[in-house]
Design a protein around this ligand. Structure first.
Ligand code: PSU
Ligand code: MN
Length: 303
């Protein structure tokens, strides 16, 4: 076990007994949603995972320790601190650990720490991807590289159209990452169920997902598998409303000269502000939906 890693007693015991565990990220808590909804959601996601038969392992860096499994107090601490906590991607890990600092883990670092701990399934909201205009800015999320190299299943609701979804799929293809539609042939666009882009394979049950991921691991594939699970119809947003908010957020980001690691948190916060909280409600619902599929798949993985 890595000397910088602390696996909580509950998660350690579940892993030792071959029981299902689902990893959860913490940037969605600190940078993805406002306080206190972020903390309420993080705790509700953990509860949903338990109700579906798995043990939740929320991942973060606290006091320089890589944590797999947080206490409710630690979740409250990260949620309250919000964007004051460093958003930790792959390049930040060594610095944060060496300085004994705190870090909120993105999809990238959550995959890294989950893999260190021996956790195979991870649930989140949306992944980072190729940003619109990346042919000029070269802004491509480290999440795509990590998906190309770390063998963890990531269950998400697709990607937001703050990104260029077509280029994101091209990048994943280059990296050899299978993109699976859960109950759909189309890549979901986070707030809406459809994007107009096809997925590689459609899978309709947690059993089938587990069988496919077991084959992926047994084949020694070095990267992950991306499962895209559409937001439930009743919580999906009106496409015109969300598209307008995203366009506005993108032009505000440009006007404010936002770049680098600030881009995604800025866009996420703007979209929530512009939609008067409707998008936050959709965001919460789709995360819970992903937690359910991930937990059921983790259960199947253990059979
Ligand atoms: N997209 C979302 N919600 C999020 C994120 C992305 O819809 O919370 C967060 C995740 O932690 C993701 C990170 O890994 O942003 C990607 O940031 P960047 O684009 O800077 O790589
Ligand atoms: Mn970026």
């Amino acid at each position: 076990m890595n000397t910088y890693l602390d696996v909580s007693p509950e998660v350690r015991q579940a892993l030792a007994e071959g029981k299902p565990v689902v990893a959860l990220e913490s940037t969605i808590i600190s940078h993805g949603m406002p306080y206190p909804k972020n903390v309420e959601t993080a705790l509700l996601v953990e509860k949903t995972i338990r109700e579906n038969g798995a043990v939740p392992a929320t991942i973060a860096i606290i006091g320089g320790r890589l944590k797999a499994g947080l206490s409710p107090d630690e979740i409250e601490y990260l949620g309250k601190a919000g964007p004051k906590v460093a958003k930790a991607s792959r390049r930040d890990l060594a610095a944060i650990v060496a300085r004994g600092a705190d870090g909120a883990t993105t999809v990238t670092t959550t995959m890294i720490i989950a893999h260190m701990a021996g956790i195979k399934v991870f649930a989140t909201g949306g992944i980072g991807g190729v940003h619109r205009g990346a042919e000029v800015t070269m802004d491509i999320s480290a999440d795509l590289e990590e998906l190309g190299s770390t063998p963890v299943m990531v269950v998400c609701a697709g990607a937001k159209s703050i990104l260029d979804l077509g280029l994101t799929l091209e990048y994943l293809e280059t990296k050899g990452v299978p993109v699976i539609g859960y109950g759909t042939d189309e890549l979901p666009a986070f707030y809406t169920r459809r994007s107009g882009f096809g997925v590689d394979y459609r899978v309709d049950s947690p059993e089938e997902l587990a069988t496919m991921f077991k084959a992926h691991l047994a084949l020694g594939m070095k990267g992950g598998m991306l499962v895209t699970n559409p937001i439930p119809e009743e919580y999906a947003m009106d496409k015109a409303v969300i598209d307008a908010a995203i366009e506005q957020a993108l032009s505000d980001a440009k006007a404010a000269g936002i770049h680098g690691k600030e881009t995604t948190p800025f866009l996420l916060a703007k979209v929530v502000e512009l939609t008067g909280g409707d998008s936050l409600e959709s965001n919460i619902r789709l995360v819970l939906n992903n937690a359910t599929v991930a937990a059921k798949t983790a259960v199947e993985m253990c059979k």
